[in-house]
Design a protein around this ligand. Structure first.
Ligand SMILES: O=C(O)[C@H](O)[C@@H](O)[C@H](O)[C@H](O)CO
Ligand SMILES: [Zn+2]
Length: 348
């Protein structure tokens, strides 16, 4: 409704959008918030300059920690989890309906399976989900011998392997026993490979469009890292930093790659998504959202041109919740002028 064709109209529309954003997010007027308000104003200008970027809340049912969005083209649905729901949900773009299924314990990620249904990282197991029958079957257990860890983010590689990492269960967001996590992959024959351990908070991951690189976030390292990837074996090598977050960018969380090979990074407590060039290690674009706890993102919609962004409300007090009434919603960012890559399905 705000983004019209003529330049004059867009100016007016833009002014009212900025006003709406400000009213929505920054209702009170402490000095700190006035400062942040300026940020939003300038970034809104920047967002527009990049080509009529629009942010809207599309999934209004709020998640304690919304995570792991995956676009399912055949049904025009967005699949995601609420880690603490704990549940798996599917939001249908055409009907605006949400279908959910409770899981037995914390669910970090869910991905489509080629043979039908889904596979998820739940608690410390990889498990198959029969969506029609609403049943769950264990495929493999991880972190055996550890009593207080759980799966977090995961994604399928271009060859159909399901990668997912673990972390200690948080006392409060980001407060946890460190070095308890590992990164695993579940292979089509249901064997599990441990890539590395000593992870604080295993998070975002994706592969470059040419499959030569793997990008990864251990949130408490405050950076995005890259590995060389061997698509034939699924092995990682040569770990190195790609991008270190600046203070106001918050904590790196979920990420996804676009068709040009650039990284879109969700910034938890940063209220934004960054576009990063992994070749140069530079930030190319910042998209601000009206809530701070941004958890993950994926491309979807027609031709994968829309960016769906999940968020969380866990750990927020009443005051911050009243300033961010959309915390936990899922947002759609349109007008970015880039496309994503369709997700892969687990082939086992
Ligand atoms: O969404 C996740 O990946 C974690 O499970 C969450 O607990 C928070 O995002 C984390 O605390 C900040 O990185
Ligand atoms: Zn995450």
């Amino acid at each position: 409704m705000f983004w019209l064709v003529s330049n004059g109209a867009r100016l007016t529309a833009s002014a009212s959008r900025v006003q709406a954003l400000n009213e929505l997010v920054w209702r009170s007027h402490t000095n700190k918030q006035v400062g942040r308000q300026r940020d939003i104003l300038s970034s809104t200008g920047q967002q527009e300059a990049m080509g009529s970027v629009k942010v809207e809340c599309v999934v209004k049912e709020q998640n304690e920690i919304g995570e792991g969005p995956v676009w399912e083209e055949k049904d025009a649905t967005l699949l995601y989890v609420d880690i603490y729901g704990p549940k798996i949900s599917r939001w249908n773009l055409l009907t605006n309906q949400i279908e959910s299924m409770h899981t037995e314990t914390y669910v970090g990620c869910v991905v489509p399976r080629k043979s039908g249904g889904y596979v998820m990282g739940e608690g410390t197991r990889f498990a198959a989900v029969d969506w029609e029958k609403r049943t769950i079957t264990t495929i493999a257990n991880v972190d055996t011998g550890k009593s207080n860890t759980r799966f977090n983010d995961g994604k399928v590689d271009p060859a159909g392997r399901f990668f997912a990492g673990t972390m200690a269960v948080e006392v409060r967001p980001t407060e946890l026993e460190r070095k308890q996590g590992s990164l695993y992959s579940l292979h089509p024959d249901h064997s599990v490979l441990t890539h590395f351990d000593q992870v604080d908070l295993s998070n975002g991951l994706d592969w470059s469009p040419d499959h030569r690189f793997f990008y990864y976030v251990d949130s408490l390292m405050y950076m995005v890292e890259a590995f060389d990837y061997d698509i034939h074996t699924g092995q990682l090598a040569n770990r190195r930093p790609v991008y270190r977050l600046e203070k106001d960018e918050g904590i790196p969380d979920g990420l996804c790659i676009d068709a040009e090979g650039k990284i879109w990074l969700a910034c938890y407590n940063g209220g934004r998504v960054l576009r990063i060039d992994p070749q140069t290690g530079t930030r190319l674009q910042t998209v601000k959202l009206p809530v701070e706890k941004i958890t993950s993102c994926c491309f979807g919609g027609k031709d994968y041109t829309d960016l769906y962004v999940t968020s969380a409300y866990k750990g927020m007090d009443e005051e911050s919740l009243s300033k961010q009434p959309q915390a936990g919603c899922i947002f759609r960012v349109t007008g970015l002028g880039v496309k994503g890559i369709p997700p892969y399905s687990f082939s086992g």
